[in-house]
Design a protein around this ligand. Sequence first.
Ligand SMILES: [Cu+2]
Length: 146
Amino acid sequence: MKKTYTIVIVLILVVLGVLFFTGKGSKLEAPAVINDVSKESEETGLVSEEETTIAEVREFTISGQNFSFTPSSIMVKKGDKVKITLKNIDGFHDFKIDEYGVATKQLKSPAEEVLEFTADKVGSFEYYCSVGTHRAMGMFGTLKVE
Ligand SMILES: [Cu+2]
């Protein structure tokens, strides 16, 4: 009888011990997880605030003629909204930036078309006219995003 009694007590203690430790363990983990989540949301909150304050609309008017673009280079900051007005003043031209997937229609002068996109990739990107051999004849320029 005594042996059974002892075994039962030991078993109860073991069960209580396991419950205590797992309970403690999950209690310890739970606040850590909550902290991570709140930290993350605070961080993302800050990031989106920064993005909205930094993002600017940068406007450019680029004129196209046989066979060049003026200006032949423009510069923006990553995250800027870029608004480019292509002013075709002489000939038949378009304006493309492959990496950003933006392009005007092919326009016969005099004509204008506006392109808008967000400069979300850093680097140097060529803008060019895809009509005939215009690009090879010098009808290109550089968009720099830093
Ligand atoms: Cu052209």
